[in-house]
Design a protein. Structure first.
Length: 464
């Protein structure tokens, strides 16, 4: 039996209130996690290769992207937050076997989210020429930073569609197709970047155009898969006319707004972190950016497992299966910590080679490798926070986890980073980051094992 067929049968058992053995639970976790983990790793490799291409253009080119990197992540994460607010509802309705309402939520996401992404694109275009200076960049890198951010801003509606279609597919239990298309996106990004950067000699602007082209090409099959071929969500399956229901939007906002606010403030914290790093010079800016890219090779498997956790918790939540929901939460978090602990060891050992691949500049290589080795010790706790947060979101518990993330980032990381940077430079900033990730992982583990994230399910079950 193929893994796809086996996953469908096991997910069907969740919806049909049938028991799952311990082995079946682990099989389902692994089978849903692996495609997403591979896609996440491929995505990071895309950024890794992109950064390498730009890095070989020189320190100023690297710094021009590194300066606005946290801001582009912020805007991209807002697109993701909007899609999550609707996809969590879809997972709940699928768990409850109400496929019509799941499709109705999907339609609302397309309309409401599409308008939101257009507004974000307009905002990005409006501020692109001022942003590099707001972030403390000098004239030597401002032009390239501005051009990159302009092109990325124009791409945001397409980025939203890609995130939404992927999230909807995953909420239905289909991890395979979104993962395959994510891998294709990465391959195309590398190919387009090579063409624009080295064949047309467009430099930093070429990197942005390459990413835009890859998203445009890939979003077409991604949309076709979700809108027409998904067995539960294909819109042509509806026979009743579409009716606008503000309750779906309100429920989405209850999930999306805390996530979006968290992402804004978390990425805002990254911007503040960039401001802390910027006075340390272009070498520090570039080393910081490359180290962030290299580290993401280690934590992206955690996000892959988190995707599986959100789907499994979302569907068991919708099916009102509290014991199974808790079991999936604990098992996915444990698996995430083990995988990322291993990745932390790999990162510690191969830190010089990872940074060396990105930049030929000796000073950048040495500084980047040293901060990566500091961060390696925090990876298991980072996994705990990543997967625990996904578990909470899958259950619709978004507000308190968002507050926990913000308190940890702003209260621990930035305060400590500002203080340590004065004496220890970039190494001090990354020591603060590692300390904060350990703290964050611990407080999330406490919340999960206390079971506070499941209170809404308990109340709903009592009402029923």
């Amino acid at each position: 039996m193929s893994s796809i067929k086996r996953s469908e049968i096991l997910l069907g058992k969740i919806r049909d209130q049938q028991p799952l053995t311990r082995k079946e639970q682990y099989n389902l976790i692994v089978e849903l996690s692996i495609p997403s983990m591979l896609a996440q790793l491929t995505t990071v490799m895309m950024f890794f290769i992109d950064a390498s291409m730009v890095g070989h253009l020189g320190a100023e080119a690297s710094a021009s992207i590194g300066l606005i990197e946290s801001t582009t992540w912020l805007m991209g994460s807002l697109m993701g937050a909007m899609s999550i607010g609707f996809s969590v509802q879809v997972a709940h309705f699928i768990g409850a076997k109400d496929f019509f309402k799941a499709r109705q939520v999907f339609r609302h996401a397309l309309i409401f989210g599409g308008i939101f992404s257009l507004l974000m694109s307009i905002i990005g275009v409006s501020i692109h020429s001022f942003l590099p200076y707001w972030l403390g960049g000098g004239d030597e890198i401002a032009h390239d930073s501005s051009a990159y951010f302009l092109i990325y801003s124009l791409t945001l509606p397409v980025v939203f569609l890609f995130y939404l279609m992927s999230a909807m597919q995953k909420s239905s239990g289909d991890m395979r197709m979104p993962s395959i298309l994510s891998i294709i996106l990465c391959v195309l990004d590398v190919a387009f970047n090579y063409f624009f950067i080295y064949i047309l000699h467009l430099g930093v602007m070429g990197a942005a155009l390459g990413t835009m082209s890859a998203y445009i090409v890939t979003v077409i099959p991604m949309s076709n898969t979700a809108l027409r071929r998904n067995k539960m969500l294909a819109l042509h399956l509806d026979t009743e006319p579409f009716r606008w229901m503000w309750s779906y939007v309100r429920n989405a906002m209850k999930i999306s707004l805390p996530i979006a606010l968290q992402q804004m403030l978390m990425n805002g914290a990254q911007v503040v972190s960039t401001l802390i790093v910027a006075p340390l010079g272009n070498i520090a800016i570039a080393a910081n950016s490359f180290a962030i890219t290299a580290e993401s090779l280690c934590y992206m498997p955690g996000y892959g497992i988190g995707d599986a956790a959100s789907t499994l918790v979302g569907q068991t939540y919708g099916a009102r299966r509290a014991d199974l929901c808790k079991s999936f939460a604990h098992k996915t978090i444990g698996l995430g910590m083990v995988v990322m602990a291993f990745m932390g060891v790999v990162m510690y050992i191969f830190a010089p080679e990872m940074i060396g691949f990105l930049s030929p500049v000796t000073e950048i290589r040495e500084l980047g490798a040293s901060v990566l080795r500091i961060e390696a010790f925090a990876e298991p706790f980072f996994a705990a926070s990543i997967v625990s947060y996904s578990v909470c979101v899958g259950a619709g518990d978004a507000m308190k986890p968002a507050i926990m993330n913000l308190v940890s980032m702003w209260g621990v990381r930035l305060t400590l980073a500002y203080w340590l940077a004065q004496t220890y430079g970039l190494r001090g900033v990354w020591f603060a980051m590692a300390t904060e990730l350990i703290f964050r992982g611990i407080i999330f583990l406490i919340r999960i094992f206390k079971g506070n994230w499941m209170k809404e399910m308990a109340l709903a079950t009592q009402v029923e």
